[in-house]
Ligand binder design. Structure first.
Ligand code: SF4
Length: 456
């Protein structure tokens, strides 16, 4: 039970709003774990929360604007009820420490991604200070401290595991190396112990997270590397699926492809950010590979695992991107035939080199390029998904239909495609591996019928 100062005894509640990538989702899981250990209870209602945390992202300007607008809303709540504790954490907090303190006068605590598991200590300081000053903790060089920390996973089926933090790559458009700091890998034993514990709690799927998982192990004193780590996880009996993200093409080699192929639980889905199909732009982006090398990786994947799905990220409108550069990107998509593609418009980020590398592309041109790319990709994704009609795919059932359709369930294939099927209302299928025959498909979803449930 938690007591609220000067008021009737009652349980305090928390509200966390998460922006950005899976890494941030995982950070929020650690926050929630610590809060629940401190006896706070989750509330879906921002207006009723005693503690509100915005876990932020600053990869794109648009998201940043949304966060400041949300912070304005929370400030209003805090103005009406000064006992509410208001915190901002994550990448934007690390990047904008002073700006946040200036722009959001009602802010109580600001902490960076590296301080996520120090929340109890931060709250202790806040209480000792009786909320008189903003508590600021932002040090992106602080080492990872995830072992044995309380965590509340977002799903009872799939668990996210950060195997490393930070990034040393300094792509010229990216702010992550400045917000999350230098790369640091966790010891393999610590990761394996955590996964074994998750397996004992009946988790089926593990998603390994890092900004560049293929370089896992660099800087560790022993021989831990990504290949060994995958092979060790593959031996944990109760875990049925292993996924990982994100891979950097410069570190994606043939040995890794072989480990994925041989690891019966390692899913045949490879997310390999391309960013641009033009060597000129890739060079300016400091991506450290060219199109010949990228095609080589794709050919190796297809040779070893013809049924693997390959997805990517592509950014349009990098400074100085010409129409010819953009057409190279379209050509790359047509040649490679990605299963799906996350498309973005470039936006200038503070501290990065990219704004100095070419003329800014007008917003309308950027938008037109984005639309053209999306159209090409949609057609490719539809065609690939429709080629699965008549085939049977393995699906890990996640839940009932998101659209609330009665007797409908959804899950993901090993290749990370969403599959929907009907079954007489029986939640016992959730978290089970089932086989579904694909009857229909569009660019985003496979629709099928349940053939059988895999025996465990
Ligand atoms: S690899 Fe490049 S894009 Fe990815 S986090 Fe590191 S710097 Fe950013």
């Amino acid at each position: 039970m938690v007591f609220k100062k000067g008021k009737k005894e009652r349980v305090l509640s928390y509200f966390i709003k998460t922006y950005g990538c899976q890494m941030n989702v995982n950070d929020s899981e650690y926050l929630a774990g610590q809060l629940e250990e401190m006896d706070y209870k989750k509330t879906p209602d921002l207006n009723n929360a005693d503690l509100i945390i915005l876990n932020t992202c600053c990869v794109r300007k648009k998201v940043e604007q949304k966060i400041y607008s949300m912070a304005g809303r929370v400030s209003q709540i805090k103005e009406d009820n000064p006992e509410v504790v208001f915190g901002i954490c994550g990448c934007l907090a690390q990047k904008e420490i002073e700006n946040i303190a200036k722009k959001i006068p009602y802010i109580d605590i600001i902490f960076g991604p590296s301080q996520i598991t120090s929340f109890r200590e931060i709250m202790e300081l806040y209480r000792q200070n009786e909320g008189k000053e903003t508590i600021i903790f932002c040090d992106n060089r602080e080492p990872l401290k995830l072992a044995n920390k309380p965590i509340k996973h977002h799903s009872p089926i799939t668990a996210y595991i950060q195997i490393m933090k930070g990034c040393n790559n300094f792509c010229s458009y990216c702010i992550v190396p400045y917000t999350r700091g230098p790369e640091e890998s966790r010891a393999a034993k610590e990761i394996i112990d955590e996964i074994e514990e998750l397996a004992s709690k009946k988790y089926k799927e593990i998603m390994l997270l890092g900004q560049n998982v293929n370089s896992y192990g660099q800087g560790l004193s022993n021989k831990d590397n990504f290949l060994n780590l995958l092979s060790q996880i593959n031996k944990i009996e109760e875990i049925k699926r292993i996924r990982f993200t994100t891979s950097h093409p410069k570190d994606f080699n043939l040995d890794l492809i072989k480990v994925i192929k041989d690891g019966s639980k390692i899913c045949e889905h490879i997310h390999l950010p391309l960013q641009s199909g033009s060597d000129n732009i890739l060079n300016k982006m400091n991506r450290k590979y060219n199109m010949k090398q990228y095609y080589n990786i794709i050919n190796n994947i297809r040779k070893c695992m013809p049924d693997a799905s390959i997805t990517t990220d592509i950014m349009v409108g990098f400074p100085g991107e010409t129409e010819e550069d953009f057409q190279e990107t379209i050509k790359a998509c047509q040649n490679i035939q990605f299963d799906s593609c996350y498309t973005f418009i470039y936006s200038n980020r503070e501290n990065t080199l990219s704004p100095f590398l070419g003329e800014e592309i007008p917003l309308l041109t950027k938008k037109k390029r984005l639309w053209a790319l999306m159209e090409v990709q949609k057609e490719i994704s539809s065609r690939i998904n429709q080629s699965l009609i008549g085939k049977t795919v393995e699906v890990l059932v996640e839940n009932r239909s998101k659209k609330g359709i009665e007797n409908q369930y959804w899950g993901k294939t090993r290749t990370n495609k969403v599959a929907v099927f009907s079954y007489s209302n029986n939640d016992s299928l959730i978290a089970k591996l089932v086989y579904v025959k694909v009857k229909k498909a569009d660019a985003y979803t496979l629709f099928g019928e349940l053939i059988y449930v895999k025996r465990e």
